[in-house]
Design a protein around this ligand. Structure first.
Ligand SMILES: NC(=O)c1ccc[n+]([C@@H]2O[C@H](COP(=O)([O-])OP(=O)(O)OC[C@H]3O[C@@H](n4cnc5c(N)ncnc54)[C@H](O)[C@@H]3O)[C@@H](O)[C@H]2O)c1
Ligand SMILES: N[C@@H](CCO)C(=O)O
Ligand code: NA
Length: 432
């Protein structure tokens, strides 16, 4: 219902994203009002540090020490949760807002990954909107793109670069040779990283987003616990250089696919062709690639983190609410979401890159080749550069299509060989 009355917003959390939302709502006030037929006004906020200058005049805005009190303010129409965390105050305040009849907009993928289905049920049964465009792939309209734009399709697969911090780190390591810790500190300074950056580099943040994206893509229950998760801590400069030589980029990807066994969900470093959509997406940019049965492949690329892009997504959700538009939270009503059925990663069939550090002595390669033969793993390319008799040298190969289970078995055997000095580094190759 659009009646020209202001849409009254309460914002909890005024950090990177909250600050960005305040700025956007103020800077583009006229535009938003023209587009929705009513002003969007921030009337209340809750934040830890009242004295901090956020570059926006908050003198006429109500302050709350406790976000849960803001959530039930009778003069707030929409509660915007930008605090973060899967439980604690964020969950408590969102639940309080829904119970008090407020629409909720959140950027909190951790909350949605753990409690998305339950919160959607609460919102829908009260006729309220729970919106979260900012939670997945920052400024990219990935949720709306899938849920509204591709609503006519059976989605076969969705994959993408879902963590800006990791893509920024991998890009900077390749293009500048800087080391991991140094680039991560940069990403934190730029407002890309999570409060606990291990969520970024260990793949957990991308897995939160993938679980939410999967639910929207397939109309299935959010099933975070079934996501296979590996992060980027083990990706070395050596691997990044070998990837380049082989025609690939290393990306942390989230991949969700419908298979005969159920829905496969995985987050791990991948090698993808340099010219593929994900291979060509550098820096803090994210990419989301969806494959629908009628539309075929659709690619969305944009900034995945940072104040401006994330605020853009939060406010787009506010525009929907101001216009009175509503869509089932995950594309189908919460009661009709398909029960989670997870396909195991052991059923993956595909190509692999492997790097070993071995003692440079005769017979080592023959031992490795014998292990691969025993597991029916077929080598595609093999690289060994330079000689350093008696010392550690890298040995790299790629495989033809191989079963994950066979690959894991071969790697376990290879890891136990005396001549292999470090745990084997394996990166899955995806020829998207
Ligand atoms: N930074 C990004 O690029 C980005 C992008 C998409 C989504 N997100 C998500 O947005 C949310 C916020 O992220 P951020 O980067 O702005 O984090 P941030 O740490 O910069 O901001 C969070 C703010 O919440 C405040 N806060 C903490 N506890 C509070 C409480 N009890 N009451 C009120 N305020 C409280 C903190 O003081 C802080 O200012 C998180 O869920 C995050 O995952 C962030
Ligand atoms: N830490 C997240 C923020 C965006 O959700 C990232 O780097 O992608
Ligand atoms: Na988004």
């Amino acid at each position: 219902m659009v009646d020209g009355k202001p849409l009254r917003i309460g914002v909890a959390g005024l950090g990177t994203v909250g600050g960005g939302v305040l700025k956007l709502v103020s800077a583009n006030a006229d535009l938003l009002s023209k587009r929705t037929g009513r002003p969007i006004q921030v009337v209340a906020v809750s934040a830890r540090d009242r004295s901090r200058d956020r570059g926006v005049d908050l003198s006429n805005v109500r302050w709350y020490e406790d976000a849960a009190d803001l959530a039930v303010d009778p003069d707030v129409d929409v509660f915007v949760e930008l605090i973060g965390g899967s439980d604690g105050i964020a969950k408590q305040a969102v639940e309080a807002a829904l119970a008090a009849g407020k629409h909720v907009v959140t950027a909190n993928k951790a909350l949605l990954a753990h409690h998305g289905a339950a919160l959607a049920t609460k919102a829908e049964s009260a006729g309220l909107t729970l919106a979260f465009e900012a939670a997945v792939a920052g400024g990219i309209p990935a949720i709306k793109g899938l849920r509204e734009g591709l609503a006519a399709n059976n989605i076969r697969e969705v994959h993408g670069i879902l963590n800006g911090t990791c893509n920024y780190i991998l890009t900077e390591m390749r293009t500048t040779g800087r080391d991991f810790a140094d680039v991560l500190a940069d990403a934190q300074r730029l407002g890309y990283a999570e409060a606990d950056p291990s969520f970024d580099v260990d793949g957990v943040d991308a897995a939160h987003k993938l679980a939410v994206l999967t639910a929207v893509a397939f109309g299935a229950h959010v099933d975070f616990k079934s996501v296979h998760i590996e992060g980027i801590r083990h990706v070395s400069a050596l691997d990044i250089n070998y990837a380049q030589e082989l025609g690939y980029r290393i990306r942390l990807l989230g991949i969700a696919r419908r298979t005969e066994d159920g829905i496969e969900q995985r987050v791990h470093p991948c090698m993808v062709p340099i010219t593929s959509p994900c291979g060509a997406t550098d820096g803090v940019f994210n990419a989301v690639v969806a494959d629908g049965d009628f539309v075929d492949k659709v690619v969305l690329v944009g900034r995945g983190a940072g104040a401006g892009p994330t605020a853009s997504a939060v406010v787009a959700d506010l525009v929907d609410i101001a216009r009175g538009r509503s869509t089932p939270t995950f594309g189908v009503p919460a009661a009709a979401l398909e029960p989670a059925k997870a396909a195991p990663l052991s059923r993956r069939r595909g190509r692999y890159y492997v790097r070993l550090m071995v003692v440079d002595r005769p017979g080592v390669i023959a031992e490795i080749a014998a292990t691969l033969r025993d597991q029916n793993v077929s080598m595609e390319a093999f690289l060994q550069r330079g000689r350093a008799p008696g010392e550690a040298v890298p040995v790299v190969w790629t495989t033809h299509d191989t079963d994950e289970a066979a690959m894991q078995q071969a790697l376990a055997t290879i890891a136990s060989l005396d001549s292999v000095l470090e745990p084997p580094r394996m990166i899955r190759i995806e020829d998207f």
